[in-house]
Design a protein around this ligand. Structure first.
Ligand code: ATP
Ligand code: MG
Length: 283
Protein backbone atom coordinates (compact mmCIF):
# COMPACT_ATOMS: atom_id res chain seq x y z
CA UNK A 1 0.00 0.00 0.00
CA UNK A 2 1.25 3.48 -0.88
CA UNK A 3 -0.16 6.72 0.52
CA UNK A 4 -0.53 9.75 -1.78
CA UNK A 5 -1.22 13.29 -0.52
CA UNK A 6 -3.12 15.60 -2.87
CA UNK A 7 -4.72 19.03 -2.48
CA UNK A 8 -8.11 18.85 -0.80
CA UNK A 9 -9.60 21.87 -2.54
CA UNK A 10 -8.15 24.34 -5.03
CA UNK A 11 -6.43 24.56 -8.39
CA UNK A 12 -4.59 21.24 -8.21
CA UNK A 13 -7.44 19.12 -6.83
CA UNK A 14 -9.40 18.49 -10.03
CA UNK A 15 -6.35 17.86 -12.21
CA UNK A 16 -4.91 15.46 -9.61
CA UNK A 17 -8.14 13.46 -9.37
CA UNK A 18 -8.54 13.45 -13.15
CA UNK A 19 -4.99 12.13 -13.54
CA UNK A 20 -5.72 9.32 -11.08
CA UNK A 21 -8.97 8.47 -12.87
CA UNK A 22 -7.23 8.35 -16.25
CA UNK A 23 -4.59 6.13 -14.67
CA UNK A 24 -7.39 3.73 -13.74
CA UNK A 25 -7.58 4.73 -10.07
CA UNK A 26 -10.94 5.88 -8.78
CA UNK A 27 -11.17 7.51 -5.34
CA UNK A 28 -13.83 9.65 -3.67
CA UNK A 29 -13.25 13.39 -3.98
CA UNK A 30 -12.20 14.00 -0.38
CA UNK A 31 -15.17 16.23 0.47
CA UNK A 32 -16.34 13.83 3.19
CA UNK A 33 -13.26 11.88 4.23
CA UNK A 34 -9.68 13.03 4.72
CA UNK A 35 -8.26 9.61 3.85
CA UNK A 36 -9.75 7.25 1.26
CA UNK A 37 -8.60 4.01 -0.29
CA UNK A 38 -9.14 2.89 -3.88
CA UNK A 39 -10.52 -0.46 -5.01
CA UNK A 40 -8.42 -0.34 -8.19
CA UNK A 41 -4.86 -0.01 -6.90
CA UNK A 42 -3.12 -0.47 -3.51
CA UNK A 43 -3.25 3.26 -2.78
CA UNK A 44 -4.65 5.54 -0.10
CA UNK A 45 -5.29 9.21 -0.87
CA UNK A 46 -4.83 11.82 1.84
CA UNK A 47 -6.46 15.20 1.22
CA UNK A 48 -4.58 18.23 2.57
CA UNK A 49 -3.90 21.94 2.06
CA UNK A 50 -1.17 22.19 -0.55
CA UNK A 51 1.13 24.02 1.91
CA UNK A 52 1.23 20.94 4.14
CA UNK A 53 2.05 18.36 1.46
CA UNK A 54 5.89 18.73 1.35
CA UNK A 55 6.15 18.41 5.15
CA UNK A 56 3.79 15.45 5.39
CA UNK A 57 5.75 13.61 2.67
CA UNK A 58 9.10 14.45 4.30
CA UNK A 59 7.79 13.05 7.60
CA UNK A 60 6.58 9.89 5.89
CA UNK A 61 2.94 10.41 6.95
CA UNK A 62 2.32 10.23 3.21
CA UNK A 63 4.77 8.39 0.94
CA UNK A 64 4.26 10.57 -2.10
CA UNK A 65 2.43 13.76 -3.00
CA UNK A 66 1.19 15.89 -5.88
CA UNK A 67 2.02 19.56 -5.34
CA UNK A 68 3.34 22.66 -7.12
CA UNK A 69 7.12 23.15 -7.40
CA UNK A 70 6.54 26.55 -5.82
CA UNK A 71 5.46 24.88 -2.56
CA UNK A 72 8.26 22.29 -2.75
CA UNK A 73 10.85 25.00 -3.19
CA UNK A 74 9.39 27.30 -0.55
CA UNK A 75 8.94 24.69 2.16
CA UNK A 76 12.51 23.33 1.94
CA UNK A 77 11.59 19.85 3.09
CA UNK A 78 13.66 16.75 2.39
CA UNK A 79 11.64 15.23 -0.44
CA UNK A 80 12.59 13.94 -3.89
CA UNK A 81 10.93 15.52 -6.91
CA UNK A 82 10.34 12.46 -9.09
CA UNK A 83 8.03 13.43 -11.95
CA UNK A 84 6.79 16.60 -13.68
CA UNK A 85 3.07 16.38 -14.37
CA UNK A 86 2.60 19.19 -16.89
CA UNK A 87 -0.42 20.84 -15.21
CA UNK A 88 -0.75 23.64 -12.61
CA UNK A 89 1.66 25.83 -14.54
CA UNK A 90 2.25 29.30 -13.15
CA UNK A 91 5.06 31.69 -12.32
CA UNK A 92 6.00 33.79 -9.31
CA UNK A 93 6.86 37.34 -10.26
CA UNK A 94 7.86 40.65 -8.77
CA UNK A 95 5.30 43.40 -9.41
CA UNK A 96 5.34 47.11 -8.62
CA UNK A 97 2.70 49.88 -8.81
CA UNK A 98 1.92 50.77 -12.43
CA UNK A 99 3.03 54.38 -12.03
CA UNK A 100 6.58 53.46 -10.91
CA UNK A 101 9.55 53.92 -13.22
CA UNK A 102 11.15 50.51 -13.16
CA UNK A 103 14.54 50.07 -14.82
CA UNK A 104 16.28 47.13 -13.14
CA UNK A 105 16.39 44.88 -10.08
CA UNK A 106 18.32 47.65 -8.25
CA UNK A 107 14.89 49.21 -7.82
CA UNK A 108 14.21 46.79 -4.96
CA UNK A 109 17.13 47.95 -2.79
CA UNK A 110 15.61 49.30 0.42
CA UNK A 111 12.05 48.44 -0.69
CA UNK A 112 9.45 46.42 1.27
CA UNK A 113 8.19 43.42 -0.69
CA UNK A 114 5.13 41.44 0.45
CA UNK A 115 4.92 37.74 -0.40
CA UNK A 116 3.74 34.29 0.66
CA UNK A 117 7.02 32.90 -0.73
CA UNK A 118 9.65 34.52 1.52
CA UNK A 119 12.24 31.74 1.15
CA UNK A 120 12.20 31.74 -2.65
CA UNK A 121 12.32 35.54 -2.70
CA UNK A 122 15.13 35.86 -0.14
CA UNK A 123 17.29 33.37 -2.06
CA UNK A 124 16.64 35.26 -5.27
CA UNK A 125 17.54 38.64 -3.77
CA UNK A 126 20.64 37.15 -2.08
CA UNK A 127 21.80 35.66 -5.33
CA UNK A 128 21.35 38.99 -7.11
CA UNK A 129 22.89 41.05 -4.29
CA UNK A 130 19.70 43.01 -3.61
CA UNK A 131 18.99 44.20 -0.07
CA UNK A 132 15.22 44.46 0.35
CA UNK A 133 12.83 43.90 3.25
CA UNK A 134 10.82 40.73 2.68
CA UNK A 135 7.41 40.71 4.41
CA UNK A 136 5.78 37.34 4.79
CA UNK A 137 1.99 37.60 4.50
CA UNK A 138 -0.36 34.66 4.08
CA UNK A 139 -3.00 35.92 1.66
CA UNK A 140 -4.26 38.88 -0.43
CA UNK A 141 -0.67 39.79 -1.26
CA UNK A 142 -1.79 41.81 -4.27
CA UNK A 143 -3.52 44.47 -2.17
CA UNK A 144 -0.46 45.11 0.05
CA UNK A 145 0.91 48.09 -1.97
CA UNK A 146 -2.43 49.90 -2.22
CA UNK A 147 -2.99 49.72 1.56
CA UNK A 148 0.55 50.86 2.31
CA UNK A 149 1.77 47.50 3.63
CA UNK A 150 4.51 47.17 1.03
CA UNK A 151 6.14 48.89 -1.96
CA UNK A 152 6.00 45.83 -4.19
CA UNK A 153 4.86 42.23 -4.22
CA UNK A 154 6.18 38.82 -5.16
CA UNK A 155 3.24 36.59 -6.07
CA UNK A 156 1.82 33.93 -8.37
CA UNK A 157 0.84 35.24 -11.79
CA UNK A 158 -0.96 33.38 -14.53
CA UNK A 159 -2.78 35.82 -16.83
CA UNK A 160 -1.77 39.00 -15.02
CA UNK A 161 -5.41 40.16 -14.74
CA UNK A 162 -5.28 40.30 -10.92
CA UNK A 163 -2.22 42.54 -11.09
CA UNK A 164 -3.92 44.98 -13.45
CA UNK A 165 -7.03 45.11 -11.24
CA UNK A 166 -4.81 46.09 -8.32
CA UNK A 167 -2.89 48.76 -10.23
CA UNK A 168 0.31 46.70 -10.47
CA UNK A 169 2.67 45.67 -13.28
CA UNK A 170 4.82 42.55 -13.53
CA UNK A 171 8.48 43.51 -13.75
CA UNK A 172 10.49 40.30 -13.11
CA UNK A 173 9.50 36.68 -13.71
CA UNK A 174 11.45 34.82 -11.06
CA UNK A 175 10.22 31.27 -10.59
CA UNK A 176 8.41 28.93 -13.02
CA UNK A 177 6.32 26.16 -11.53
CA UNK A 178 4.21 23.17 -12.45
CA UNK A 179 2.70 20.30 -10.46
CA UNK A 180 5.12 17.49 -9.62
CA UNK A 181 5.12 14.14 -7.86
CA UNK A 182 7.28 14.24 -4.75
CA UNK A 183 8.39 11.21 -2.75
CA UNK A 184 9.76 10.48 0.68
CA UNK A 185 13.47 9.66 0.18
CA UNK A 186 13.30 6.52 2.36
CA UNK A 187 10.54 4.50 0.67
CA UNK A 188 10.56 0.72 1.15
CA UNK A 189 11.15 -1.56 -1.85
CA UNK A 190 7.47 -2.43 -2.00
CA UNK A 191 6.49 1.26 -2.10
CA UNK A 192 9.16 2.09 -4.67
CA UNK A 193 7.71 -0.60 -6.88
CA UNK A 194 4.20 0.85 -6.51
CA UNK A 195 5.56 4.34 -7.23
CA UNK A 196 7.16 3.09 -10.45
CA UNK A 197 3.86 1.51 -11.53
CA UNK A 198 2.04 4.78 -10.83
CA UNK A 199 4.60 6.89 -12.70
CA UNK A 200 4.38 4.54 -15.68
CA UNK A 201 0.61 5.10 -15.78
CA UNK A 202 0.93 8.87 -15.28
CA UNK A 203 3.43 9.01 -18.12
CA UNK A 204 1.06 7.20 -20.50
CA UNK A 205 -1.72 9.61 -19.58
CA UNK A 206 0.57 12.63 -20.07
CA UNK A 207 1.82 11.39 -23.45
CA UNK A 208 -1.68 10.87 -24.82
CA UNK A 209 -2.88 14.36 -23.78
CA UNK A 210 -3.86 16.35 -26.86
CA UNK A 211 -3.07 13.45 -29.21
CA UNK A 212 -5.45 12.11 -31.87
CA UNK A 213 -5.48 8.95 -33.93
CA UNK A 214 -5.86 9.61 -37.65
CA UNK A 215 -6.65 7.21 -40.50
CA UNK A 216 -6.67 8.11 -44.19
CA UNK A 217 -6.68 6.50 -47.61
CA UNK A 218 -4.13 7.33 -50.28
CA UNK A 219 -2.98 6.18 -53.74
CA UNK A 220 0.18 4.03 -53.30
CA UNK A 221 2.44 6.39 -55.22
CA UNK A 222 1.74 9.16 -52.68
CA UNK A 223 2.63 7.10 -49.61
CA UNK A 224 6.29 8.16 -49.34
CA UNK A 225 5.40 11.83 -49.51
CA UNK A 226 2.80 11.49 -46.76
CA UNK A 227 4.99 9.31 -44.52
CA UNK A 228 7.67 12.01 -44.66
CA UNK A 229 5.29 14.64 -43.25
CA UNK A 230 3.65 12.50 -40.55
CA UNK A 231 5.59 11.48 -37.48
CA UNK A 232 4.31 8.40 -35.66
CA UNK A 233 5.34 6.72 -32.42
CA UNK A 234 7.94 4.99 -34.60
CA UNK A 235 6.65 5.84 -38.05
CA UNK A 236 3.14 5.73 -39.56
CA UNK A 237 1.48 2.37 -40.15
CA UNK A 238 0.83 1.70 -43.85
CA UNK A 239 -1.68 -1.03 -44.77
CA UNK A 240 -2.88 -2.12 -48.22
CA UNK A 241 -6.57 -1.53 -49.03
CA UNK A 242 -8.68 -4.23 -50.70
CA UNK A 243 -8.91 -1.88 -53.67
CA UNK A 244 -5.68 -2.29 -55.67
CA UNK A 245 -3.34 0.71 -55.83
CA UNK A 246 -4.55 2.21 -52.54
CA UNK A 247 -3.17 2.21 -48.98
CA UNK A 248 -4.52 3.14 -45.58
CA UNK A 249 -2.27 5.16 -43.26
CA UNK A 250 -2.66 5.24 -39.47
CA UNK A 251 -0.85 7.81 -37.41
CA UNK A 252 -0.92 9.62 -34.06
CA UNK A 253 -0.90 13.42 -34.36
CA UNK A 254 -0.96 16.30 -31.96
CA UNK A 255 -4.32 18.07 -31.86
CA UNK A 256 -2.62 21.45 -32.33
CA UNK A 257 -1.18 20.34 -35.65
CA UNK A 258 -4.27 18.44 -36.76
CA UNK A 259 -5.94 20.91 -39.13
CA UNK A 260 -2.65 21.95 -40.72
CA UNK A 261 -1.86 18.30 -41.42
CA UNK A 262 -5.36 17.61 -42.78
CA UNK A 263 -5.09 20.50 -45.25
CA UNK A 264 -1.65 19.33 -46.42
CA UNK A 265 -2.88 15.73 -46.74
CA UNK A 266 -5.90 16.73 -48.82
CA UNK A 267 -3.58 18.59 -51.21
CA UNK A 268 -1.43 15.49 -51.65
CA UNK A 269 -4.54 13.44 -52.44
CA UNK A 270 -5.63 11.85 -49.16
CA UNK A 271 -9.26 10.76 -48.92
CA UNK A 272 -11.62 9.43 -46.25
CA UNK A 273 -9.75 10.98 -43.34
CA UNK A 274 -10.94 9.81 -39.92
CA UNK A 275 -9.83 11.39 -36.65
CA UNK A 276 -10.43 9.42 -33.46
CA UNK A 277 -9.76 10.26 -29.85
CA UNK A 278 -6.84 8.43 -28.31
CA UNK A 279 -7.19 6.85 -24.90
CA UNK A 280 -3.66 5.85 -23.87
CA UNK A 281 -0.19 5.76 -25.43
CA UNK A 282 2.06 3.08 -23.98
CA UNK A 283 5.61 3.21 -25.31
P1 ATP B 1 -4.73 25.52 -0.16
O1 ATP B 1 -6.04 25.79 0.50
O2 ATP B 1 -4.60 24.07 -0.54
O3 ATP B 1 -3.55 26.03 0.62
P2 ATP B 1 -4.06 27.61 -2.05
O4 ATP B 1 -5.04 28.72 -1.99
O5 ATP B 1 -2.73 27.75 -1.40
O6 ATP B 1 -4.79 26.27 -1.56
P3 ATP B 1 -4.45 27.33 -4.95
O7 ATP B 1 -4.79 28.73 -5.34
O8 ATP B 1 -5.52 26.30 -5.03
O9 ATP B 1 -3.70 27.25 -3.54
O10 ATP B 1 -3.23 26.89 -5.88
C1 ATP B 1 -2.58 25.68 -5.70
C2 ATP B 1 -1.37 25.61 -6.58
O11 ATP B 1 -1.78 25.67 -7.94
C3 ATP B 1 -0.37 26.74 -6.46
O12 ATP B 1 0.50 26.55 -5.36
C4 ATP B 1 0.37 26.64 -7.79
O13 ATP B 1 1.34 25.61 -7.74
C5 ATP B 1 -0.72 26.20 -8.73
N1 ATP B 1 -1.24 27.26 -9.64
C6 ATP B 1 -1.34 27.15 -10.97
N2 ATP B 1 -1.84 28.23 -11.54
C7 ATP B 1 -2.11 29.08 -10.58
C8 ATP B 1 -2.65 30.39 -10.55
N3 ATP B 1 -3.03 31.02 -11.65
N4 ATP B 1 -2.79 30.98 -9.36
C9 ATP B 1 -2.43 30.32 -8.25
N5 ATP B 1 -1.89 29.06 -8.23
C10 ATP B 1 -1.72 28.45 -9.37
MG1 MG C 1 -1.83 26.82 -0.03
Amino acid sequence: MIRLAIQKKGRLNTDSLELLAEAGIRVSDGSRQLLTASDDFPIEVLYLRDDDIPHVVAMGVADIGIVGQNEVSEKRQAVDEVYKLGFGKCRISLAVPKSENYASLEYFNGKRVATSYPNILRSFFDEKGIRAEVHDIAGSVEIAPSVGLADAIFDIVSSGATLVTNGLKEVEKVFFSEAVVIANPGLSCEKRELLQQLLFRFDSVKRSKGMKYMLLNLPNEKVDEVVAMLPGMKSPTVLPLAQPGWSSIHVVVNERELWGKIEALKKIGAEDILVLSLEKMIP
